[in-house]
Design a protein around this ligand. Structure first.
Ligand SMILES: [Zn+2]
Length: 395
């Protein structure tokens, strides 16, 4: 399928150092972005679908790097069906599992945690709820796992591990397992802050220093934050990505954003939701955290859009998150919400408002065009201008 998105007002790249791309057109072909720039007559005439963006802002699809998936589009924690498809209406085109800890009666023995991760990974390989790409299957680190276990699951395709819910004596016991997972080429993630569920324990800077994971999960608290003095230590003495989550502590989200900027490590600052959890199902969580960070710090709104897209993609080695030829064609059109104080998407976000989501394209396929069922409507009209396929994309 070839899709041309024309008449775009502004294109946010996904790279915070260089946050805008010149042009008004994005052409998607066979699931990838084919070109970004100015529309030619042939771009439009060769397209199966032409979307008139009406002057709205194009951003890469949001990547939520902390979602508690289980199996199918269902969360046992909040007994909700269809939550992932609902997140697509919040502009989320990729969800990365933060481990399948919510599976009822989840196994805790080494064979069980491996099987759970492999089954979750494989079950989402060909299942895209609402068009969303779900990277599932994160091994929950438990005592008894040995070095060969990580090589074995990595061979099955599993590439995520999570420290924080295991029956370890102290969090220092995770350190060798994290090292084995890294040696097997996996991305290692670690709970940070006070305990989140009964039975888990607090993880602080000293533990992260011993583990050196790729990602400090919900560094702002999940939901309970670290002592303030730990942030600087983690930034200075690890290379971990600093993941802030909607379902955490807002004050320390802002503390971490400002420190990341001041200390020259904004590359490591990434946004996620940590949902569904006790805090609920939050389809607009990514948009809320972007708006909170943009409106309550002095940094530009587009930086936080990039922290929710390209920065997540870089940390997790994904081919999405950037509006660039060759990348996965995950594109979201956003706008100022109608009736608000601002008249374009980035000004609205800086004002603290939720952007209106007007269209979502994932894997080069329009999933809905016009308006989201979860956000306010936008100021501008986005429509399918031409359609040569026997399909309706109005959602
Ligand atoms: Zn979590």
């Amino acid at each position: 399928m070839r899709v041309a998105i024309v008449n775009i007002g502004r294109i946010v790249s996904g790279d915070w150092r260089n946050p805008f791309v010149a042009g008004d057109t994005i052409v998607c072909e066979n699931g990838r972005i084919a070109s970004v720039g100015t529309a030619s007559a042939s771009d439009v005439s060769n397209a199966d679908v032409v979307i008139d963006a009406g002057g709205t802002t194009a951003i890469p699809g949001l990547i939520d790097s902390h979602v508690h998936t289980t199996f199918g589009d269902y969360t046992p924690r909040q007994k909700t069906v269809g939550f992932l498809e609902s997140y697509v209406h919040g502009g989320v085109t990729t969800a990365i599992s933060a481990c399948e800890v919510h599976v009822p009666g989840r196994p805790t023995d080494p064979a069980g945690v491996k099987a759970l991760a492999v089954a979750a990974f494989k079950s989402f390989e060909h299942f895209r709820p609402g068009g969303m790409r779900v990277h599932a299957g994160s091994v929950i680190l438990e005592p008894g796992l040995c070095e060969c276990d990580f090589r074995e699951v990595a061979k099955q395709g599993v590439w995520l591990v999570k420290a924080g819910f295991g029956a370890v004596k102290t969090p220092f016991d995770y350190a060798p397992m994290v090292a084995w997972a890294k040696a097997a080429g996996m991305i290692t993630t670690c709970h940070t802050g006070g305990s989140s569920i009964p039975g888990s324990c607090a993880i602080r800077a000293e533990h992260l220093l011993a583990m050196q994971p790729h990602v400090s999960f919900h560094i702002n608290g999940g939901p309970t934050a670290l002592p303030d003095e730990d942030y600087r230590v983690i930034i200075e003495k690890t290379d971990a990505a600093l993941q802030v989550c909607t379902a955490g502590n807002l004050r320390t989200t802002l503390l971490c954003a400002n420190l990341a900027h001041e200390m020259g490590v904004f590359d490591r600052f990434i946004i996620a939701t940590d949902t569904p959890t006790g805090s609920g199902v939050m389809p607009l969580g990514m948009l809320y955290t972007i708006a909170h960070c943009a409106s309550l710090t002095k940094m530009p709104a587009e930086w936080f859009v990039c922290a929710a897209t390209g920065s997540n993609a870089r940390v997790y080695r994904l081919n999405s998150g950037l509006i660039q030829a060759g990348r996965d064609a995950d594109v979201v059109l956003i706008d100022a919400p109608s009736g608000g104080a601002a008249d374009d998407a980035l000004s609205a976000i800086k004002n603290g408002d939720i952007a209106a989501v007007s269209a979502v394209i994932t894997g080069g396929v329009p999933r809905f065009v016009g308006k989201s069922r979860n956000t306010p409507a936008g100021v501008r009209r986005v429509r399918v201008a031409e359609n040569r396929l026997p399909r309706d994309f109005s959602g």
